[in-house]
Design a protein around this ligand. Structure first.
Ligand SMILES: Cc1cc2nc3c(=O)[nH]c(=O)nc-3n(C[C@H](O)[C@H](O)[C@H](O)COP(=O)(O)OP(=O)(O)OC[C@H]3O[C@@H](n4cnc5c(N)ncnc54)[C@H](O)[C@@H]3O)c2cc1C
Length: 312
C-alpha cells in the first residue's frame, strides 16, 4: 500500500495517477482545508496535456490568458502562460485524507518541508511574500527583476491580482514589491489576504537523495522548481516520471530519469546562481540555452532582449 504525504500539486496528481491505474494509495496533508495557495501561473499546453492524464481539463480552471509579459518595463508577447484557479482545482482533487500504518512506499510530496526525506545539505530556501488584491490595471503579467530576486503581479480575472516577490531576504522582497507598484502603477491597498512562504532555489541534482529507504520524493521536496520560481509543471512532471518508473518496476532509475527529464531546471538554477554571484560570463554562456527553451514554451524573447532587461 502507498502512502502519500502532501496534497499540493505533486501529491494530488500522483494520487489520481495511482488510483486511475489500479494502484491503492492514500493521501494525507497537514492542512484540513484548501486555503488560498499562491502559485496560480502555469504553462497552458503542458498543464493541459499533463492534467488530461487524470481526466482533468485545465480549461475549466482558467482565470486569465494575458497578452503580454512585461519585464522591467519591456513588453514581451505571451505565448503560453495562463493563470488558473489552483484553489478550486485542488479542492476538486482532494479526497478524504487517510494515514495508514506501515505503508510499503511513502511518497514525500511535502514541498519545501521535505518532511520525510533526509534534509538537504546546504539547502537554499528564499522567502516569498504575496498579496491578493483588487487593482484596475490592464491584464498582463508584470515582473520586476533584480539580482536579489524578483517581484510579480499575476492577473486572476475580475480585477483580482496576486502581487508578490521572492528574494534573498524578506526586506529585499518587500522592496521589490514597492518598486513594482511604483513602476506599473499598482496602488498600495488593503490585501484580501496575504501569505509568507518559501521557495526552494536548488535544482533536483542538489536535492538528492530522492529515494531513501522506503521514502520517495516528488515536486518541490526534490527541487523541481525553475530559476524563475516555476514549480507547478515541474511538480506534475516529477509525479508523472515517478509513476512511470513504478509502472515499469524501475524505481532504481527514478533519480536519473528526473535529472534527465528536468535538465532545464539545472540550467536555469545555474543561471540564478551566476546572477546572485554577479558572474556575468557564466550568465552569458547559459543564456542562449535558456532563451531557446523558454521561447518555445513561455514568451517571445531573444538573447538580446534578456541581456538588455538584465543589463548584462
Ligand atoms: C509565492 C510563490 C509563488 C509561486 N508562484 C508560482 C507560479 O505562479 N507558477 C508556478 O509554476 N510555481 C509557482 N511557485 C512554485 C510552486 O508553488 C511550487 O513549486 C509547487 O506548488 C510545488 O508543488 P508541491 O506539490 O511539490 O508542493 P506544495 O504545493 O508546497 O504542497 C506541499 C503540501 O505538503 C503539505 N505538507 C507539508 N508538510 C507536511 C507533512 N509533514 N505531512 C503532510 N503534509 C505536509 C503542505 O500542507 C502542502 O499542502 C510559487 C511559489 C511561491 C512560494
Amino acid at each position: 500500500m502507498i502512502q502519500i504525504f502532501g496534497a499540493g500539486v505533486a501529491g494530488t496528481y500522483l494520487y489520481h495517477l495511482f488510483e486511475q491505474n489500479g494502484y491503492k494509495a492514500n493521501i494525507f496533508d497537514v492542512r484540513s482545508s484548501v486555503d488560498c495557495r499562491c502559485a496560480w501561473g502555469i504553462i497552458y499546453s503542458e498543464a493541459k496535456e499533463l492534467y488530461s492524464r487524470i481526466g482533468v481539463d485545465i480549461d475549466d480552471y482558467l482565470l486569465s490568458k494575458p497578452e503580454c509579459v512585461v519585464v522591467n518595463g519591456v513588453v514581451l508577447k505571451n505565448k503560453n502562460i495562463v493563470t488558473f484557479d489552483k484553489k478550486k482545482l485542488l479542492r476538486d482533487l482532494w479526497v478524504d485524507f487517510k494515514k495508514i500504518e506501515n505503508p510499503e512506499l511513502i511518497i514525500d510530496a511535502t514541498g519545501t518541508s521535505r518532511a520525510f526525506l533526509p534534509p538537504i545539505k546546504q539547502d537554499r530556501l528564499f522567502p516569498t511574500v504575496q498579496y491578493l488584491e483588487k487593482q484596475k490595471i490592464e491584464e498582463n503579467i508584470y515582473i520586476l527583476a533584480k539580482n536579489t530576486g524578483y517581484s510579480w503581479a499575476f492577473p486572476l480575472g475580475n480585477n483580482m491580482w496576486h502581487v508578490g516577490a521572492g528574494a534573498l531576504s524578506l526586506e529585499d522582497a518587500n522592496e521589490l514589491i514597492r518598486k513594482l507598484r511604483e513602476k506599473y502603477g499598482f496602488k498600495s491597498c488593503e490585501a484580501e489576504c496575504s501569505c509568507l512562504a518559501k521557495i526552494r532555489m536548488l535544482p533536483p541534482s542538489k536535492c538528492r537523495p530522492f529515494i531513501y529507504q522506503n521514502v520517495c520524493g516528488v515536486g518541490e521536496a526534490i527541487g523541481c522548481v525553475s530559476g524563475a520560481g516555476e514549480g507547478n509543471v515541474p511538480a506534475l512532471i516529477s509525479s508523472k516520471v515517478l509513476f512511470g518508473c513504478i509502472e515499469r518496476n524501475k524505481l532504481g532509475e527514478y533519480e536519473n530519469c528526473i535529472v534527465k527529464e528536468l535538465e532545464w531546471l539545472e540550467v536555469e538554477q545555474k543561471f540564478v546562481e551566476a546572477m546572485l554571484n554577479k558572474k556575468r560570463f557564466s550568465m552569458l554562456r547559459l543564456l542562449p540555452k535558456i532563451v531557446k527553451f523558454e521561447r518555445e514554451r513561455t514568451v517571445e524573447h531573444s538573447v538580446e532582449t534578456i541581456r538588455s532587461i538584465l543589463g548584462i
